[in-house]
Design a protein around this ligand. Sequence first.
Ligand SMILES: Cc1cc2nc3c(=O)[nH]c(=O)nc-3n(C[C@H](O)[C@H](O)[C@H](O)COP(=O)(O)OP(=O)(O)OC[C@H]3O[C@@H](n4cnc5c(N)ncnc54)[C@H](O)[C@@H]3O)c2cc1C
Length: 565
Amino acid sequence: MDKFNVIVIGAGPAGLKTAMRLKRLDFNQRILVIDKGTYPSFAACGMPFYLEGLVKDFNDLQKTSFGSLRDKNYFKNYANIDLLLNYLVTEIDPKSKTVLALNNASNEKFKFQYNKLVISTGSQAIVPPIEGLSIEDKNLFTLKSPSDVIKIKSYLEENEVNSVCILGSGLIGCEVASSLFNSNIDVSLFEIFDWPLATLIDKEIGLYLKKQMFNSGIEIYTGEKIVKFVSENKKTIKAISEKREVNADMFLICSGVRPNTEIAKKAGLEISARGSIVTNEFLQTSNPDIYAVGDCIEIKNLLTNKTFYAPMATYANRLGRLVANNIIKNNSQAFDGAIGTAIVKILDFNIARTGLSEKEAKDLNINFETVYYSGFDKPHYMTESNKINIKLIFDKNTDNLIGAQCIGKKASVDKTIDVAATIIQNKIPHNKVLNLDLSYSPPFSNSVDILVQGFQIYENKKNNMYKGISFEEVKEMFEKDNNMENVVLLDVRSEDEFKRVPSPFKNAINIPIDYLYNSDLEYIKNKKIIIFCGTGSRSYQASVMLKNKGFKEIYNLEAGVSGFY
Ligand SMILES: Cc1cc2nc3c(=O)[nH]c(=O)nc-3n(C[C@H](O)[C@H](O)[C@H](O)COP(=O)(O)OP(=O)(O)OC[C@H]3O[C@@H](n4cnc5c(N)ncnc54)[C@H](O)[C@@H]3O)c2cc1C
């Protein structure tokens, strides 16, 4: 029986990152990587862009930045790593420290011995049990593995596909909806939650995104569950929800992934309630000679102190390195946790999030405050300036930022969210953020960074310089009392803006801020006044003005009209 220092099960990003790092730390290690598939080190994250044609060649998803195909020979020649492809590991025996692998082609079984074992078996697509749904249908797909994308691409090329229906608007569902829509295919998208990316972003950003997707032409049905599928003439599929029936030439199931843990379970390793392999801070499983990494594990959330399932390549890659360090350097590197930072491009909209959502903050009983505002990622006078809507969540007891989300058409949300993630993860105090020395020049940013502006807004809100109100709260007020006789909706945008972009409220009055101070407002003095403008900044100025004039009940519509359109 062949014996190895380390055997790695799974040749995805987690497994091969571990293997390569092991070799870099100690080239004498004998490493065997076993995978049931054909395409090692495949960049699954690029699949939606390959479908759209932005990645021209399938092989590009398996190549290095310097153009080498990361195949079996590459790993042998580059790092003397043995890679067995098309071998399914069916059993781990922790007692004899062996793994049993089945050759997919010949059905022969082979046993290999390890000193340390790394399980990086990744995840698989969840296919929900819905009446009539058959993954055998030739026009019904999941998008998880290289073979999935090969099948989808050839189906698109060989058939006339004019319409696609997608179940699930998580990261993958939204990305693929965007890719296919950009390829001139009609897209309808069903989501059981009330807005897309619902487990990642809050209502304000989610409903805004939904509106943008809908306005762009994607038929997005939220709060709707598909209850039945009917395969029609083997050419189209009919999806039936509680509210409608949608026919499509092709159907994609994007309802999340679950960890691949069957062999770990069979080997008696501890498995979590969610079904992933339990590891300690060094990513050792319940057996100290076996490590696990990537989509098959849960990781610690630094903000909740609980574990969470975050099947993302960024964790698979970074933690693969950490596992190798711990194998060679005797558990010298603990993983302290993550905060759930994520980013995605849907059509022309960039969306990013980090830290806790409002719901998570509520569930943790945190005494929190939010600010929602709109601005520009660069000065408005630059041609490449883009609007960006940002929501920040602060812990009121410490004033620390605990969550951030943002969205903007072509906007540089990546910088905003990465700075926010750095602040949250390192618990940088509020007053230090106000003085962060961030770069500024008009082609890149604002003289006061847009994220830092949010800290200033929070400071103003906390010091009662204004009271905020959300669009949804105003909507609820309307629903309770359609006339709202004691409420004045005061739009302080210019007359021109008022004409160009209609007010989201039917009975708003328009007094541009330039005339506000000298206007006779006595007739509304005793009413509740909700002020709004384009982004929330002029309305803030207006609320300061009115407060100065003795007005008592003034609310500032956060993010203004931009939060809505
Ligand atoms: C469409 C799409 C877009 C994505 N976009 C992003 C993104 O933008 N950002 C991001 O961070 N993440 C993204 N991800 C997630 C990312 O691809 C995964 O988190 C990452 O691939 C996980 O790596 P892994 O090595 O843990 O698992 P995998 O990549 O799933 O690899 C596991 C490997 O194990 C093998 N295997 C499983 N069981 C066995 C067995 N018993 N025997 C032998 N071999 C076995 C499998 O064949 C597979 O090759 C995306 C994923 C998809 C599908």
